[in-house]
Design a protein around this ligand. Structure first.
Ligand code: HEM
Length: 400
């Protein structure tokens, strides 16, 4: 029987997902005392994510989930249309392909400096010496116009809030307290930053949001603060883990690493395979907004489901040889079905283009400048988070 408390969920959730998929597409489950349904297979997961009968149900007062993220004003990841569209529309323009392309030189410059230092040292922690400082520079730094000297605090707040985005019923009390404390400090920090941007705007998304807030009644200051917290957490945690999980997959599959070195033009496709194979976001939750049917089962308005997107992305009904890591899977004229690593439907990751340029810059430069990379540990340690899958450190030896 599937359970999140199985120790294997940290080391190898995929074998647990496989058993769950073999059992059924829809499995009755309990989150604490809340009865919900686990959605295990691709077709059913995609149907829930893209179906207009599914959402979060907080504004309708029908959500069975207790959720701290939903309580942050402006946090549109837990909102339903039409409120969702108003807030997403305001940040969307920061993530158009053109705007994001303008961030490529900065990503390359940051990565160059970090990889240079690693080559000189002969060693690198892919997580803490590369992925984390890159994400700090791009998200609180570039996107929100924050101060890089606050990098360590941004990472600490982001980790505590990301851990706290697991369903409350699955969280120990001390993690809930740490989340509350981090959210309070982080919101205070952004409120001060907003006051600075009001007095002295800079070319970044935060200054643009502050201008919208000052212009009229479309956006409140509390919402701007909430949007900063959402972007910090949703952006940093996941883009760091894409680089960590992705590099780990390459290091554990030396044939694939060699192929990518030979054919770096495969990197964009390899990123999709990394998101399919070992996704930074493992699942998401949804609520039936109306009575509806999925996979032949009837759901009543207010019923909750856990959409196991990372299980769907390994569904052998959709992906041949689903447990193999194959950097060519998304290349070529008939690429594989879209993975659910960035979700689907109205909540499809708004930051996906930024995540891609960060990961591409990091992986391309690393492969280019470090002709030999070897994993310097046999075991990696995972964060305790359930929704987010990420390792705490990834030491490698760099030989030139
Ligand atoms: C590899 C990196 C990333 C992954 C795997 C990822 C994954 C996801 C997923 C799965 C969702 C949808 C959640 C759901 O359906 O409930 C999502 C939404 C979101 N992501 Fe990302 N994300 C990444 C990077 C980023 C970045 C860099 C940013 C911003 C700086 C960002 C900001 C957001 C926001 C604001 C949402 C909410 C969208 C909405 O509800 O309309 N993400 N992301």
């Amino acid at each position: 029987m599937f359970t999140f408390s199985d120790p294997a969920y940290r080391t190898d959730p995929y074998s647990l997902y496989r058993k769950a998929r073999d059992e059924a597409a829809l499995i009755p489950f309990h989150l604490g005392d809340v009865p919900v349904t686990l959605v295990t297979r691709y077709e059913e997961c995609a149907a829930v994510l893209t179906g207009s009968d599914w959402g979060h149900g907080y504004s309708a007062g029908i959500s069975p989930f207790r959720d701290a993220v939903a309580a942050i004003p402006g946090s549109f990841v837990r909102m339903d249309p039409p409120e969702h569209a108003r807030l997403r529309g305001l940040v969307n323009k920061a993530f158009t392909p053109r705007t994001v392309a303008e961030m490529v030189p900065l990503a390359n410059q940051v990565v160059d400096e970090l990889v240079d230092a690693a080559v000189r040292r002969g060693s690198l922690d892919v997580l803490n010496d590369l992925a984390v400082p890159l994400a700090v520079a791009m998200i609180p730094g570039r996107l929100l116009g924050g101060d890089l000297a606050d990098g360590e605090r941004f990472r600490r707040w982001q980790l505590a809030i990301a851990r706290g985005s697991d369903p409350d019923t699955l969280l120990p009390e001390e993690d809930i307290e740490a989340r509350t404390q981090a959210a309070r400090e982080c919101m205070g920090h952004f409120a001060e930053l907003i006051a600075r941007k009001r007095a002295e705007p800079t070319p970044d998304l935060l200054s643009e949001l502050v201008a919208v807030e000052q212009e009229g009644d479309t956006l409140t200051e509390a919402e701007v603060v909430g949007l900063c917290v959402l972007l910090l957490v949703a952006g940093m945690e996941t883009s760091i883990n894409l680089i960590g999980n992705g590099m780990l997959a390459l290091l554990r599959n030396p044939g694939q690493l060699a192929l990518l070195r030979e054919r770096p033009e495969l990197i964009p496709a390899a990123l999709d395979e990394m998101l399919r194979y070992d996704a930074p976001t493992q699942f998401t939750i949804r609520v039936a907004l109306n009575d509806t049917t999925v996979g032949g089962r009837e759901f009543r308005r207010g019923d909750g489901v856990i959409v196991l997107t990372a299980s769907a992305s390994r569904d052998e009904r959709v992906y041949p040889d689903a447990d193999a890591f194959d950097v060519t899977r998304y290349a070529g004229t008939r690429p594989a079905r879209r993975h659910l690593g960035f979700s689907l439907g109205v909540h499809y990751c708004v930051g996906a283009p930024l995540a891609r340029i960060e990961a591409e810059a990091a992986i391309r430069t690393l492969l280019d400048r470090a002709p030999e990379l070897t994993l310097a540990t046999d075991e990696v340690e995972y964060q305790p988070s359930l929704i987010h899958r990420g390792i705490l450190s990834l030491p490698v030896t760099v030989t030139t």
